[in-house]
Design a protein around this ligand. Structure first.
Ligand code: SF4
Length: 191
């Protein structure tokens, strides 16, 4: 049913697999990356400023479309800096706390950023060395490397998501009840 999974949905799936599944199955049209941009107005000036402050050299491109045929994912990265065959990805978020939180509570942002890195590598034939996540509220940045383990974890997430969508088989619910309280689907989410 869905050839290419929007990378924004990988983030949602990592946050709560069931929520992403319900969104995809209930919505007449799969959510697209343009919806992300309608909701999240990325602050271009801050992005450019952060790139300069980090001393990253290379050609800067904003809102870069990426696609991976290998992984079956598609999306649009906030900013990319390319220097020869190396690249850095910049993602702007409102507030994601510190690095520790990125690997725990905000792991959905980590999955999304890693998926962007892998899709960019296939699209532009570059190697992504770094991912910089800008915390727009606190005006700080977090730098991570797309390690083999992060890539494997993200690939497994994508495969799992695709399997559930193709088989029309609802994935598990989140175990974090706090997420359910604020969830749009809480009244229709089966046990
Ligand atoms: S109610 Fe809870 S388990 Fe169900 S989709 Fe929402 S967050 Fe996920």
């Amino acid at each position: 049913m869905m050839d290419y999974i929007p990378i924004s949905m990988i983030k949602e799936y990592t946050y709560c697999p069931r929520q992403a599944y319900l969104k995809i199955m209930i919505m007449k049209e799969p959510p697209t990356e343009s919806m992300k941009y309608a909701k999240q107005v990325s602050n271009t000036e801050n992005v450019i400023k952060s790139i300069r402050e980090q001393g990253i050299e290379g050609e800067v491109s904003l809102e870069v479309p990426v696609k991976s045929a290998k992984l079956g994912i598609v999306g649009r990265v906030d900013a990319v800096v390319v220097n020869k065959n190396r690249a850095v990805i910049i993602e702007a978020k409102l507030n994601i706390g510190n690095k520790k939180k990125l690997y725990t509570r905000y792991s959905h942002v980590l999955a999304q950023a890693t998926a962007y890195a892998m899709a960019l590598e296939e699209t532009m034939k570059v190697t992504v060395d770094k991912i910089i996540i800008i915390n727009q509220e606190k005006e700080t940045t977090i730098t991570i490397r797309p390690t083999p383990n992060l890539r494997k974890w993200t690939e497994r997430t994508i495969q799992d998501m695709r399997k559930h969508i193709q088989n029309q088989e609802p994935p598990p619910k989140t175990t974090n009840k706090a997420k359910c309280k604020a969830c749009y689907f809480k009244d229709i989410c089966p046990p």
